[in-house]
Write a protein that binds this ligand. Structure first.
Ligand code: NAD
Length: 405
């Protein structure tokens, strides 16, 4: 399914149950600005190769545009549009004074050498810097982008503009103005959300968990849930997955992936496909990879008791209805994975004030926000007799409406 069509459907479905002003809805269906750039990169062999880059600035109603940059061969403008719209909703759900944006480059970064990747990252900034900035649009990492890449981008922005606050990009290395806690923030935020809703969702304090994806978000989430007494029974990357009924040794699996580039061939656990991982009988399924993983074609086969969406857009609206009718609660992405943008906003604030907060301060503030907003969304879902996704969209749209009025 086209992710942007899915995002528009989610908006409509929320508007159908909440009293959402039609003017707000019309504005949310369109990005305020979309920019595409052609990025010339001199490859190591001396030839110039062209890449397509994007920035979609969806809404600045509540503050500067905020959202990550994705490097992926399947990234296209529709995917970036959807991701930008979700960022607007996410920042509103978190109650932070940021709007929504997203960026990307259509590229398989695994095919590039490190110097080529750096030239490409700097090229994205050279193409887009006139529409970025601490008070305008503040990008961050997403799939296949990390603190090193963001560090190059922040450096390029500083060279082009003379702005050395570092506040134009978040997710930088701590040594270059990044925030303590940013690298674990999305996984940690997912855990705080889960913990705030656990009793409400009738999940035990030692739950079984399956995690799809083991990058920044999935890998950190697996470690955090394991260290908090939960059992990670399965985890996967884009190539393969591993399953161990009694619980995996997460550190061992992640170390194997780090060394070999993939978990294919990991011994001491059963190999499992991504499809089968999604259908395991676990207390909590955590999709932490890409969009469109839980759809009308597999939702009826899911055996998880709840789905905690740490990826953006992993569940289609058709699947939402099937899961809701089966009593499987979905903790939506715009709540569950908002830890990343919340701590990114803390980083931006620290850069603007020339401050450096401790990890315990950062995570303490994050926890407080997520406990409050998670409980508020669950209560709203009960009042509206609907799922948490629709309730979260309603809350977001109400907050955006008041910012617009
Ligand atoms: P990443 O690049 O660090 O990791 C992505 C992981 O997904 C890798 O392990 C990769 O092997 C795996 N993967 C890719 N395709 C897959 C497939 N078809 N099946 C199974 N696994 C697959 O990216 P990330 O930053 O961890 O982002 C993961 C998700 O979380 C994305 O949806 C992203 O938008 C979302 N997210 C990220 C952040 C953040 O702070 N990085 C914040 C909020 C949401």
């Amino acid at each position: 399914m086209n992710p942007f069509e899915n995002a528009l459907k989610q908006l409509d479905r929320a508007a159908a149950i909440g009293k959402i002003e039609s003017n707000t809805l019309s504005r949310m269906c369109h990005a305020e600005r979309e920019v595409s750039v052609s990025i010339p990169v001199t490859m190591d062999d001396g030839n110039v190769r062209m890449f397509e880059g994007y920035r979609v600035q969806h809404s600045s109603a509540r503050g500067p545009y905020k959202g990550g940059i994705r490097f992926h061969p399947d990234t296209n403008i529709d995917e970036v549009r959807a991701l930008a719209l979700w960022m607007t909703m996410k920042c509103a759900v978190a109650g932070i004074a940021m709007g929504g944006g997203k960026g990307g480059i259509t590229v398989n970064p695994k095919e590039l050498s490190k110097p080529e990747l750096e030239r490409l990252s700097r090229g994205w900034v050279r193409g887009l810097y006139p529409v970025l900035g601490p008070k305008v649009d503040v990008p961050a990492p997403d799939v296949n982008t990390n603190s090193e890449i963001i560090g190059w981008m922040a450096d390029e922005y500083a060279k082009l503009t003379g702005d050395t606050t570092g506040a134009a990009f978040t997710g930088k290395p701590v040594s270059k103005g990044g925030s303590e806690g940013r690298s674990v923030a999305t996984g940690m935020g997912g855990f705080y959300t889960f913990d705030a809703l656990r009793e409400h969702l009738n999940i035990s304090a030692s739950a079984t968990i399956a995690v799809q994806g083991m990058g920044n978000v999935g890998g950190n989430a697996a470690k955090i849930f394991e260290s908090s007494g939960h059992r990670i029974v399965a985890i996967s990357d884009s190539h393969s997955g591993v399953y161990q009924k009694n619980g995996l040794n997460v550190t061992g699996v992640l170390a194997y992936k780090e060394k070999n580039g993939s978990i294919k061939g990991f011994t001491g656990a059963e190999e499992i496909t991504n499809e089968k991982l999604l259908e395991l009988p676990v207390d909590c399924l955590i999709p932490a990879a890409l969009e469109n993983q839980i759809t009308a074609s597999n939702a009826a086969r899911l055996k998880a008791r709840i789905v905690l969406e740490l990826a953006n857009g992993p569940t289609t609206t058709d699947a939402d209805d099937i899961l809701f009718s089966r009593g499987i609660a979905v903790v939506p992405d715009i709540l569950a994975n908002s830890g990343g943008v919340i701590v990114s906003t803390f980083e931006w604030e620290q850069n603007l004030k020339s401050e450096h907060w401790s990890e315990s301060d950062v995570l303490g503030k994050l926890k407080k926000i997520l406990e409050t907003q998670s409980q508020l969304i669950a209560t709203r879902a009960s009042e509206l007799k609907t799922d948490m996704r629709r309730a979260a969209f309603v809350v977001a749209l109400e907050r955006i409406t008041s910012a617009l009025s």
